[in-house]
Ligand binder design. Structure first.
Ligand SMILES: Nc1ncnc2c1ncn2[C@@H]1O[C@H](COP(=O)(O)OP(=O)(O)OP(=O)(O)O)[C@@H](O)[C@H]1O
Ligand SMILES: [Mg+2]
Length: 258
């Protein structure tokens, strides 16, 4: 199963991505987590120590460009994904390997083209080489969706908060996901404080035909645990939000595991 997590800035993409990976990993499922944000912080929600070694930034040198009979140029990884994971990744205690896109390759242009293609090809290769779950935590902008970075995912998880601009942003991600022909585009409501919040999200999602597959409550313990940098799972073991993410993990495995 290959998942991309999108949504407006600050909605909780990285928190949900990290905790989802840890939940799946601790159930014995190998997880490849890709931090797609050039300003990365998935490592922290995966519980990694920011002072310890971080993943080596992925680079377009991992790609081999070739031409097909149609005369068009294509790219593929020039070494097996397992090697890329060993060389560029960091492993956590929860069965998760983290890869990260890093900063733009050319400072003057800010060009990320090669990186987007590299991530796309990693996702493309991921299931062919192993049974693992691959999760891509996207940056808040629509850029990666426009560049087709998420093209090969099975599930686009659109994280949405109960306020209009967040819902409107999700509708834009949904449109781009549809253009990329992603099979399963679903919403995860986050930071829900009461029944009214949930109803507002459900109403909006009904109008845009977006199934809401999880409702994660606003949970002060998560925000509190996040303050210290690396997210300590023991500090949130009774967290209602973590429980909801656990249920989300089960539902994803049951309904979308391909
Ligand atoms: N269910 C929740 N309850 C309370 N706080 C939450 C919840 N989910 C996330 N947060 C808090 O919201 C803030 C933003 O979360 P996070 O960094 O995961 O968002 P993001 O969408 O990845 O942001 P960005 O767009 O900058 O990448 C963090 O302080 C996090 O602790
Ligand atoms: Mg983030």
């Amino acid at each position: 199963m290959k998942i991309a997590v999108c949504g407006k800035g600050g909605v909780g993409k990285t928190t949900i991505s990290g905790l989802l990976c840890r939940t799946l990993g601790s159930k014995g499922i190998p997880v490849l987590a890709i931090d797609g944000d050039p300003n990365p912080n998935l490592a922290l929600t995966l519980g990694l120590d920011p002072r310890a070694a971080m993943p080596k930034a992925l680079t377009s040198k991992l790609l081999e460009v070739y031409e097909k009979e149609d005369g068009k140029k294509y790219a593929k990884l020039n070494s097996p994904l397992s090697e890329v994971m060993d060389t560029y990744g960091i492993k956590t205690d929860d069965n998760v390997t983290l890869l990260a896109v890093g900063q733009p390759e050319h400072a003057a242009t800010g060009c990320m083209c090669g990186i987007h293609t590299t991530v796309r090809e990693i996702i493309h290769t991921a299931l062919e080489e192993s049974e693992q779950v691959t999760l891509l935590d996207l940056e808040a902008s629509l850029e990666q969706m426009k560049r087709g970075t998420s093209k090969y995912v099975d599930v686009l998880l659109c994280v949405v908060e109960p306020y209009y601009r967040s819902m409107e942003a999700v509708a834009r991600f949904q449109r781009l996901g549809t253009e990329l022909e992603i099979k399963n585009i679903v919403a995860v409501a986050n930071k829900v404080k009461n029944a009214e919040d949930e109803e507002a999200i459900r109403q909006f999602c009904t109008q845009t035909n977006l199934p809401v597959i999880a409702v994660i409550p606003f949970d002060a313990t998560i925000a509190e645990a996040d303050k210290s940098g690396s997210l300590d799972i023991n500090a949130i073991d009774h967290s209602p939000a973590l429980k909801a993410i656990n249920n989300l993990a089960d539902s994803l495995m049951k309904n979308y595991c391909i």
